[in-house]
Design a protein. Sequence first.
Length: 745
Amino acid sequence: MKKNVQVNGNELIFTIKDLGKNKCTITYTTRIKGGALQFTQNANGNSPAVSFKNHVFLEWDGNKQDITGTGSVNIQTFVSKKGSYNSSKDEFNWTIWLRSKGIYIHNMVVTEKLPEGHRLVEGSLKYGDKVLGTEKSADQPYYEVSGDSIIIYFPEQMLPTDKNDMTLSTVTDETKAETKPEKVSAVNEVSVRADEFKTELTAKAEVNVSYTPDVEKTTSYKKGNYVEWTVNVNKNHAVITKQKAEITDQLQPGLTYREGSVKLIDVTANNKEISGMDSDYDDVSGKIVFTFPDGLDLTHQFKVLFITDVTSATGNIKNTVTFDASAKETKVTSGSVPLILSGMNSGLTGDNIRFILNKTDAEDNAPLENVEFQLYDHNKNEVGSVMKTDNKGRIAFDAGLKYGNTYYLKETKALNDYVLDAAEHKLVIGEKESDRVQVQFDGRDYTFSLDENGTLNFGFTITNEAKRGSVLLKKVSSEDAQTLEGAEFSLYKADGELVAQGLKTDAQGQIRFDYLRLGTYYFQETKAPEGYNLDAETKYEFRINDQAAETPVVVEAENVPTKVSVIKLDAATKKALAGAELQIIQIQEDGSELIVEEWTSEEEAHAVTGKLIPGEEYILRETEAPFGYELAEDVRFTVNAGGELQTVEMYDEPSPEDPYYGGDDEEESSTSETTTTTTYEEPEDEDSYYREDSETVKTSEASSKSVTESRVSRTGDSSHTAVYAIVAVCAAGAVLLLLRKKYKK
């Protein structure tokens, strides 16, 4: 048998010779030309099959037969999509499946339209395991961004398989908002075009994120001394929006939380028990706060188990818990539970009532701990035992209270620093009227509403007056115990808290301060009396006790005066000079001068005590010099602080115009005579004075005439000679008057 194959266009011609009675099977494969496949997409996302016909013509021994065959290509669903939300990363994850059933796809382009308000997470776009980039490539997929769309370009020929899913992640500010909405929805669309697709093929996925987990509370309690509670959280697998979520349970009267009984179960993780569940129980208000541990999968379902003990039979109650970890607080109330305690004393049986007493300081409303109270019924029988206020100043009376009854509350023990409240406080609880109750306390009427669990919660405040006392500060001089006016003090508590400032001693040198609480205090001087040193370092400590309420505590404080010693000295001999008229002057703010002290110098230093202010500058001024001396220039000095004696010296120079100054023989031998002649116009009538020396001076109040005078000066002192010459020439008249005065003396 011989065979031959010829190709003529789209025809294949098989020639078989000498077949005879033998059987022959011809098998061949055809490839679909590009563009020959034109898939479409129906409403449900599927692509109908594409069919092809094939004709075979048989010719043998003059016979002819036409045979037609049909073939089809079916890719079913080429493109599909799904989405999910990753709460730990706060990202939306999207997956695109591309399936061609072994058919090569040419020039494929995928357009991913992001949900409104979403952004592509950098590095999240992948085809299989390969992260796609934006660099163009002929043999690898790449993408570009156009508005809110991501466009992915594939090589000219691709064979999409289940090993190469396309994945990406997006984020939105909507889920990052601090205040979450109850729900966030995201819709993601994708479209695909290629040579084999007559129309674009599309797929869509929607992700709904709920931030409101459901919560339910149940118990199987029927009767007994404790109740086991179950709180189911997030059965609907919503997204809990924060770690350390909180469940708050408000227990009813007759229930107390059993510390350490709470358990957290992760239902989604095969009922695994999770450690680290915290509880904060307030036994006065009955409030429990359970805090979930950090690091939980916030999409899981959880179960919280805990136990409460029954302390009084209060009849049917309902219990409400609040879950706070989502966009909206979720509240749920259990079914009605009858609290039945076998063997319960009837005196502790009451209604679903909680009365909270608050004990505070009458002045600053600070809570007072460990104050004791006793509650009595209308017959003055004790209801329960004596109770103490907690660290928040509270007591909860929630056992034995009944509607339509009268009670009395008495303080039995106050704190040591407070006055006992001897009043008897009357409490009247009215009958229930729907969900409202009238309550009277200390003669005043109030209306309260029952809460969602049917509990009557109300509270009142009773204050305590603190015990008080007085202090008397006396300010005296350290020198002579003289009382000092004008000293200023600040008053502090022992811990340094300022009580009062600007307190001044009066004319008796005293400060009285009343209404001080019991405790330790101290005075500190801020301004000394004038003429005294400031005692800023000393803390004059004292204690106010019970006795200080009757008799003030006395505190004595001293001030050390300033001490300045002023002495007048001869500039040459450094000996003390008497007879100088001296002043100490203070310059005022307006520039005027205030004379603080004035005196005539003696041979002893002059002491100025308690008159000059430390740190102030003063002027020592001479107003008249001793006989034979020149007036000294002003001496400025600043008063030292500290109480040490301070000496101020002033020196007087001898007057060069006095011929008798310093007349010992030794000095005279070193001098020579110099005669100076000055001519004056004198009046006619002379009034003459004579001395036994060589000097003659004549003056008159009438007409003038010539006068010649001789003076003895020290040649060894050229400065005196020059001064004398100037005085003789320019001020002779003044010199003559001075000499006349001396002669008279």
